[in-house]
Ligand binder design. Structure first.
Ligand code: NAP
Length: 242
């Protein structure tokens, strides 16, 4: 069976992407770091829709944990293939740079950038051998525009977009595509505490996005219809910024 590995699939955009990719026929590897209860809910929702889900917990920033989990899964599933990777796990630790503690800088960069490196490297070789694969990196408007209070997050997501463009050129000949998406404000736990009523006045569509809308873009990039799109970063932000 062909699988999609979705990092950070216990909640938010990752959960919506996992459910949507399951509807496209993929078995889903539901990754999370700590929230087993929510990850089990994602898996149960996939199975209730007739899909197949396996939990695969690891911290994307921990190289040993990533390779142990993915290698272990591959060894116990020799006939299955991870055809889609959605690098979605992410955190934000906002503050002005002048107040930003080293841990807030490193945590955000390591989750996004080390996470991209660790997980992508663990699944790439079989994709190259099979000449088939889709890598979709969840970046952010913050990585395109830069947002005050988010120098760590903007740096991480901007770096992820650049890594997307570089890797896309390395693997295009092997029919593996690598794209990024840059959501604006999407209604998940990550935006809890933000002043939605004020912020949405600046969004031309006058609302936050829904995780399912982002999941549709991810599913399109994973589909055969997107075979000739690679090295792109696609914005999905209600017109806020492109
Ligand atoms: P969320 O609701 O806060 O969910 C974050 C997910 O990432 C959870 O499943 C969490 O797992 C997982 N995670 C965090 N650190 C991890 C780690 N070290 N290893 C493995 N998994 C980890 O966030 P979201 O809003 O859905 O965001 C998903 C992605 O979209 C992120 O990359 C975020 O930066 C990006 N994004 C979000 C927005 C937005 O407005 N929401 C906008 C632009 C971009 P646990 O449940 O185990 O903690």
């Amino acid at each position: 069976m062909n699988y999609a590995l979705v990092t950070g699939a216990s909640r938010g955009i990752g959960r919506a992407a996992a459910l949507r990719l399951a509807r496209s026929g993929y078995g889903i590897l539901v990754n999370y770091v700590s929230n087993e209860e929510k990850a089990r809910e994602t898996a149960a929702l996939i199975e209730a829709g007739g899909g197949k889900a396996c939990l695969l917990p690891f911290d994307v920033a921990d190289p040993a944990a990533v390779s142990a989990a993915i290698q272990g899964w591959q060894e116990s599933h020799p006939d299955d293939f991870i055809e889609v990777l959605v690098n979605n796990a992410g955190v934000r630790r906002d503050s002005l740079l002048i107040w930003m503690e080293p841990d807030d800088w490193h945590k955000v960069l390591s989750t996004t950038l080390d996470g991209f490196y660790n997980v992508t490297r663990a699944v790439l070789q079989p994709m190259l051998l099979k000449k088939s694969g889709r890598i979709i990196n969840v970046a952010s408007l913050s990585g395109l525009k830069g947002l005050p209070g988010q120098t760590n997050y903007s740096a991480a997501k901007g770096g992820l977009i650049a890594a997307t463009k570089a890797l896309a050129q390395e693997v295009a000949r092997k029919k593996v595509t690598v794209n990024a998406i840059a959501p604006g404000f999407v209604r998940t736990d990550m935006v809890e505490g933000l002043d939605e009523a004020t912020l949405k006045k600046d969004i031309p569509m006058q609302r936050f996005g829904e995780p399912e809308e982002v999941a549709s873009l991810i599913a399109f990039l994973a589909s055969p219809d997107a075979a000739y799109i690679t090295g792109e970063c696609i914005s999905i932000n209600g017109g806020l910024y492109s």
